[in-house]
Design a protein around this ligand. Structure first.
Ligand code: NAD
Length: 489
């Protein structure tokens, strides 16, 4: 039976989770979590200080030895049980994601399926951590190589995928035998709190995962990062904050995983299946109301099909009802807050002053909530401001190109390198693009690449390391090598 919104909110813990206890934070004022579709407060939750952050690290450090010793099968089963519990309550998780983040319920259901998959995937990976044993080249020794957990990890997550960004870190860390302090974004912390209550219910021992919610991210995180008990930081968020955290991590020579910003090119060639390209574009642009690191940020379209492509996108976009995520008619939710909306207004204004034209949308809507119309901007000039920034909203700028080389140069003309999308029916051209697009991931004739079984991550200023896939667990493992003399002598 589906819960009412009130019943669901009553299930969400509102305290910090430290050492297996739900405790009050020492911050002066609680954090008020808003519904971005109405601007109303959903819940008030605990606000951690630096002292609370260090208490969480102490709990994680104290639990580390025992958790690393826990049998991989047992670690695996805790993750698997959590996966089953989340699956059985997927509607509750989806509602909560939609309420605190704003995405339509159908998309929130998609996030639950995707995010929960990391728990299942890493439950399976926990029992496949391997090593090797071999004869040294000169034959006089035996070489043993083992994998050990890195140690206590600090995970900092963004607001845009409240469940998936948490499970993508918690899954591999627990599977590898690392304990954690998790700090969700202050804008959407409720889903992580509900997830951790679920991990607790699934039998996670005290201290293995600790959660701090705080309105003072920098002041609360810095002492954790400079504490010698911490061994790893795993961050998903903006490149700007990632760079600061890398600087702080350098002092302790921490292992770091950084999933940072994106500026994805979406390239459409003259030989593309245009219907497929338009539906891929709608997905890559409007998933999460354009607020995804993988969102198509620059549409680079062959001159001969650009007009047609823009008109088809605009037609579909103009028919998508805006509304609160839980309303069944809603296709587009609000952006996260007023600051985000003002940034979109600035980007449209600047792009128009730089010579582009509006095909559809282009402005905020009146009334409550932070809504912005889905927007197509045509004839955006190479070098325009919008092409150099992460838009993080439902705006599609379209740039024309004439040659393949021009398209590739435009696509690679960014400091980011997370994902690229390309539409062509020419196999050879597709292979050339895969080789030349300077991104960690490419969607070839598809607008969606995310999958728990795939290594997600970027190059250039989009980050370091990979999450998910066979690679994901390596971020939480250290290699230990042992030399042993030839046992036959
Ligand atoms: P953000 O960088 O503002 O915040 C991310 C997290 O860092 C939040 O929890 C925030 O509270 C915390 N934070 C901010 N300043 C901090 C500091 N000084 N010390 C410690 N923690 C700090 O990003 P956001 O607005 O929450 O998320 C949007 C960004 O995240 C976009 O740039 C997007 O591309 C990126 N993102 C990347 C991926 C990826 O996998 N590459 C996935 C999702 C989002």
């Amino acid at each position: 039976m589906t819960l009412t919104e009130k019943e669901l909110l009553a299930k969400v813990p509102t305290k910090l989770y430290i050492g297996g206890n739900w405790v009050t934070g020492h911050g002066e004022k609680p954090i008020a979590v808003e519904d971005p579709a109405t601007g109303k407060v959903l819940l008030e939750i605990a606000n951690a200080t630096a002292e609370d952050g260090l208490a969480a690290l102490t709990a994680a450090a104290d639990a580390q030895v025992q958790w690393a010793k826990t049998a991989p099968r047992e670690r695996s089963e805790i993750l698997r049980r959590t996966f089953e519990l989340v699956r059985s309550r997927s509607e509750e998780f989806a509602m909560l994601i939609s309420m605190e983040m704003g995405k339509p319920l159908a998309e929130a259901r998609g996030e639950v399926a995707y995010g929960n998959e990391f728990l299942r995937w890493f439950a399976e990976e926990a029992v496949r951590i391997t090593g090797r044993y071999g004869v040294s080249p000169e034959g006089t020794g035996r070489m043993l190589v083992a994998q050990r957990p890195v140690g206590p990890a600090f995970a900092i997550t963004p607001w845009n995928f409240p469940l998936a960004m948490a499970t993508r870190k918690i899954g591999p860390a627990l599977a590898a035998g690392c304990t954690m302090v998790v700090k969700p974004a202050e804008l959407t912390p409720l889903t992580t709190l509900l997830l951790v209550a679920t991990l607790e219910e699934a039998g996670l021992p005290a201290g293995v995962v600790n959660v701090i919610t705080t309105s003072t991210s920098s002041a609360t995180s810095a002492p954790i990062i400079s504490d010698s008990r911490l061994r790893k930081i795993t961050f998903t968020g903006s490149t700007e904050v990632g760079v600061r955290l890398l600087e702080q991590s350098a002092k302790q020579v921490l292992r770091t995983s950084m999933e940072l910003g994106g500026n994805a090119p979406f390239v459409v060639f003259e030989d593309a299946d245009l219907d497929a390209a338009v539906s891929g574009a709608m997905l890559a642009k409007l998933r999460n109301i354009g607020q995804a690191c993988t969102a198509a940020n620059r549409f680079i379209v062959h001159d001969s099909v650009a007009e047609d492509f823009a008109n088809r996108m605009a037609e579909q976009m103009s028919q998508m009802p805006l509304g609160r995520g839980l309303d069944p008619d809603t296709k587009i939710g609000p952006v996260i807050n007023q600051k985000a909306r003002e940034n979109l207004e600035r980007l449209v204004k600047t792009t128009l002053s730089e010579g582009a034209a509006v095909v559809t949308g282009g402005k905020s809507t009146d009334g409550a909530g932070y809504f912005f119309e889905p927007t197509v901007l045509m004839d955006v000039k190479p070098g325009s401001t919008i092409l150099g920034e992460e838009i993080f909203g439902p705006i599609a700028p379209i740039v024309r190109f004439k040659t393949e080389k021009e398209a590739i140069d435009l696509a690679n003309d960014t400091v980011y390198g997370l994902v690229s999308y390309a539409y062509t029916q020419d196999l050879k051209r597709g292979l050339r693009l895969i080789e030349q697009l300077d991104t960690g991931m490419t969607g070839l004739n598809t607008g969606l690449v995310s999958n728990a079984a795939a290594p997600f991550g970027g190059v250039k200023q989009s980050g370091l390391g990979r999450e998910g896939g066979l690679e994901g667990i390596n971020e939480y493992l250290e290699t230990k090598y042992v030399m042993i003399p030839d046992p036959s002598n």
